[in-house]
Design a protein around this ligand. Structure first.
Ligand code: PXP
Length: 247
């Protein structure tokens, strides 16, 4: 089937497992190479300010050795911008970052970070790096992303996924993603989706035809403990295709 959404695998938590014991295994590079072998369409990694999972060397090794587009997730800081420009990933996804959070809890608020984002986007684009902004599914943030010059929006899927996993009514959260995706695509932004996606939530999301890429991490690495990276990636790709076909 043509034009299926791409599956980007976020390998951060391979590094989490490595770092928790201070060893040099499991290797995020090895995971990224296997993701390619098993059909992933891209690799995503978030170099956090505190380096709690991915480290600078991981990013370089992956960029040099893995023949897949690299989506480099980063906070809007000059340190990260310099690393991005040196690394030249396919895209940078700008995310808000708080030291005390367990994971990226919400999207970035574009207006509140306008000046820093404006400068960052211009610098990255001058260096031929596509820029994605990780935002909540809101009309205001989609329009602001377009106005400030982003190429892509990655819409935060967390609220919808939580509702699905907890057996709650997910229609309202789903509609926000659907309407935001439609608007973003209509005004010329590429639409990606990420955060909290599992086998349970992917199929319905894959039915939103404006979505071009899913970035999925924690569940893939978790499920791989039981089923292996290969079966997990193959199953995600199957569910994406099924969700798209049924839509
Ligand atoms: N996309 C973005 C922008 C993220 O910050 C994250 C979490 O690091 C993900 C996707 C992946 O989320 P998860 O690990 O919950 O699948």
């Amino acid at each position: 089937m043509d034009n299926l959404p791409r599956l980007g695998v976020n390998i951060d938590h391979v590094a989490t497992l490595r770092n928790v014991r201070g060893e040099n295994y499991p290797s995020p590079l090895r995971a990224a190479l296997l993701c390619k072998e098993f059909g992933a369409d891209g690799i995503t990694a978030h170099l956090r300010e505190d380096r709690r999972h991915i480290r600078d060397d991981d990013i370089l090794e992956i960029k040099e050795n893995v023949d897949l587009p690299l989506n480099f997730e980063m906070a809007p800081t000059s340190e990260m911008m310099e690393i991005a420009i040196r690394t030249k990933p396919n895209a940078c996804c700008i995310v808000p970052e708080k030291r005390e959070e367990v994971t990226t809890e919400g999207g970035i608020h574009i207006q509140r970070n306008h000046n820093i984002l404006y400068n960052l986007i211009n610098e990255l684009k001058k260096n031929n790096i596509r820029v994605s902004l990780f935002i909540d599914p809101s009309e205001e943030q989609i329009n602001a992303a377009k106005d400030i010059g982003a190429d892509i929006v990655e819409i935060h899927a967390g609220e919808f996924c939580k509702d699905v996993h907890l057996g709650l009514d997910f229609e309202s959260a789903y509609n926000k993603i659907k309407e935001s995706s439609f608007l973003a695509s209509k005004i010329g932004l590429e639409v990606h989706l990420g955060h909290g996606i599992t086998f349970e939530s992917i199929e319905k999301l894959a039915g939103i035809k404006e979505i071009k890429e899913f970035n999925i991490g924690h569940f893939i690495i978790s499920e791989s403990i039981f089923s292996g990276l290969k079966d997990t990636i193959v199953e995600f790709k199957r569910l994406i295709e099924k969700g798209r076909m049924l839509a």
